[in-house]
Design a protein around this ligand. Structure first.
Ligand code: SF4
Ligand code: SF4
Length: 111
């Protein structure tokens, strides 16, 4: 049985490996980040127009630092990234899918 201590991802970044790009839900959310980051995202969106997104290719979020396993623009991450409830069904689902992702130290490994 898996038990979860809520409140800390503890080094896990499983959901970031599934996002492809920062999951902003609305233009207003995206408009709230610094211009340089908006420009970077617009360049990415333009690069995949008519082609395959990073998500479709199974690539992690554009903003994931794969060396440290952290968000490279943490202060400007989309609201949904901070609203994710650690240990809930969606979280466990991402961890279960997250082959190669470090096991969160706050739980038994559900994989
Ligand atoms: S899958 Fe869960 S524990 Fe892992 S980074 Fe996402 S919210 Fe945190
Ligand atoms: S926390 Fe950062 S790296 Fe993870 S999905 Fe959100 S924007 Fe991407």
């Amino acid at each position: 049985m898996v038990s979860y201590a809520l409140g800390d991802c503890g080094g896990c970044y499983a959901c970031c490996t599934r996002a492809g790009s920062p999951p902003f839900r609305t233009d207003a959310e995206r408009d709230a980040i610094p211009q340089a980051l908006r420009d970077e995202l617009e360049a990415y969106y333009a690069s995949v127009a008519g082609g395959q997104s990073r998500e479709a290719q199974g690539l992690p979020c554009l903003w994931l630092d794969e060396v440290t396993g952290t968000c490279s623009h943490y202060a400007d991450r989309p609201p949904i990234c901070s609203e994710f409830v650690v240990g809930d069904a969606d979280c466990v689902g991402f961890i279960t899918l997250g082959v190669g992702v470090p096991s969160p130290p706050w739980s038994e490994d559900p994989r």
